[in-house]
Design a protein around this ligand. Structure first.
Ligand SMILES: Cc1cc2nc3c(=O)[nH]c(=O)nc-3n(C[C@H](O)[C@H](O)[C@H](O)COP(=O)(O)OP(=O)(O)OC[C@H]3O[C@@H](n4cnc5c(N)ncnc54)[C@H](O)[C@@H]3O)c2cc1C
Length: 447
């Protein structure tokens, strides 16, 4: 009985206090709004997302977390390049060219890796210090405002029996429980198969620099890969991503998650010393499954989706944190702009949704067609496929940052550029599929 639940009123209710939820709450509260942020006592997924895109430091800066302070407090390490290591011993380095750092571009050539537990704790402290009400509960349902033809949200209800009423809502509840999307039956597009990610943390005696991806690209198979990310001077995050079907087949053979994780890491001699730490039982392997997708509508009259609740981009793109922070900032700005009007106008909803959809399509389609599926990488080699994907992906984030604040015109320009790259990837995919029997080329620089 919703109306019997004790109710709380505020200006904005934020569902979820992950990265995007906390960021949105901070932006709104600093502008003087009364914000309630609802997050379960136990987070739905352990924090992950440690190798940042080049646009992320500026977004953290907006929140009040400078790159220098993050590095000085050992919450972050430098990410100056990405290395792709293949099982045959080849490696390829992806480093932004130094001329991009000079005039007229002035592009940030370095970014960060972050230790997520510490980083999330730091932002949580900012949320509490800002006076934002953090409610430890889980949202289980949404009440629709009947007077709005069922298009507006009136309140949300929690497992603990509380009810939160506000004129505005942001759903940042991540990939697991798309409450608003389900309530409004929002259409979504999915990319690639369901994937499983397993990851853990190892102590290292020597600091590692840069993100390293380990791959063994078999010509007939969908790609599986391993990441190694130095999240602090003494710790690396190591994760393995594989299609859900491949993991299920191994589970059916009786292998545990730890067995599957170790079995895959063992293929690369680099991980031998790390795996010895697993032998003494001190290492816990986290696991989650996900399917990349984007909701085609990410805003309604008084609600917005942000972060993974709106779009889930593949972890290999290192774009999740940037997207979450960017969408949190844009969602907050829209609420502040149209607050007095009481609802978002159609064009604001459309352009907000369009930017999320275009970016998610670009990242997910690109990585699936060019890197995960064998068609293109067999033809041009994994190293070049990586380059062909990385350069436009990196550039488009830079373009996005430069077009900000994104109005209708900027959204159209962005859409045209993203569309161009998507069509190019589709043509390349089609062309490479014409002669599948061509010999796979191995192009890489051996260090
Ligand atoms: C395996 C993996 C690796 C990744 N690696 C990278 C990377 O290297 N670089 C990168 O940039 N990104 C990466 N990402 C993406 C990144 O983790 C996320 O995009 C980022 O953390 C932003 O998340 P969010 O705030 O949208 O969601 P989340 O961080 O998932 O936050 C959602 C919050 O909502 C809460 N919640 C859920 N349901 C409810 C409910 N019903 N009521 C109230 N609260 C609720 C959850 O407890 C959670 O705290 C990776 C993702 C995965 C899965």
């Amino acid at each position: 009985m919703p109306n019997q639940a004790p109710s709380t009123s505020c200006d904005v209710t934020v569902i979820g206090a992950g990265l995007s939820g906390k960021a949105a709450a901070l932006h709104l509260s600093r502008a003087g709004l009364k914000v309630v942020c609802i997050e379960p006592q136990q987070a739905v997924r352990p924090p992950v997302g440690e190798s940042l895109d080049w646009s992320a430091p500026a977004l953290f800066e907006q929140l009040g977390l400078s790159q220098e302070n993050l590095l000085a407090s050992n919450i972050a390490t430098w990410k100056k390049h990405v290395t792709l290591k293949m099982r045959d011993g080849c490696d390829v380095h992806y480093v932004p060219s130094t001329w991009l750092g000079g005039r007229p571009f002035h592009v940030n050539l370095f970014t960060l890796h972050v230790e997520r537990t510490q980083l999330d704790g730091e932002i949580l402290k900012m949320v509490v210090d800002q006076g934002i009400t953090l409610v430890r509960d889980r949202v289980i349902d949404i009440d629709i405002d009947i007077e709005s033809d069922g298009k507006k949200i009136r309140s949300v209800r929690t497992e603990g029996g509380q009810r939160f009423i506000s004129p505005w809502f942001i759903d940042t509840s991540g990939m697991g429980t798309p409450l608003v999307a389900r309530k409004f039956n929002l259409p979504a597009v999915q990319y690639g198969p369901t994937k499983v990610a397993m990851w853990t943390y190892f102590k290292v005696s020597q600091q590692v620099e840069g993100t390293t991806l380990y791959m063994d690209a078999l010509p007939t198979e969908y790609l599986e890969w391993i990441w190694e990310i130095p999240v602090s001077t003494a710790t690396v995050s190591v994760g393995y991503i594989a299609p859900g079907a491949a993991v299920k087949a191994k589970r059916d053979q009786g292998l545990s998650i730890d067995d599957i994780f170790q079995q895959h890491l063992m293929q690369f001699p680099h991980f031998e010393p790390r795996l010895q730490q697993m032998a003494n039982g001190s290492v816990h392997v986290n696991v989650t499954s996900f399917r990349c997708r984007v909701h085609l509508q990410c805003a309604g009259p008084n609600w917005l989706l942000a972060g993974e609740a709106a779009a889930l981009v593949d972890p290999m793109t290192s774009n999740g944190v940037t997207a979450a922070l960017r969408q949190a900032s844009e969602a907050a700005a829209l609420i502040l702009k149209y607050r007095k009007r009481g609802e978002l106008p159609g064009h604001a909803r459309k352009s907000y949704s369009s930017r999320i959809v275009q970016m998610a399509k670009f990242f997910n389609e690109g990585i699936e067609k060019i890197v995960y599926e064998p068609q293109v990488r067999n033809r041009i080699g994994l190293g070049i496929a990586g380059e062909a994907y990385t350069s436009p992906a990196w550039s488009m984030n830079v373009v996005y940052a430069r077009l900000s604040p994104p109005g209708l015109f900027a959204t159209l320009i962005l859409g045209a550029m993203l569309g161009f790259f998507r069509v190019s990837a589709a043509i390349c995919y089609w062309y490479c599929g014409l002669n599948k029997s061509s010999v796979a080329k191995q192009e890489c620089r051996i260090e």
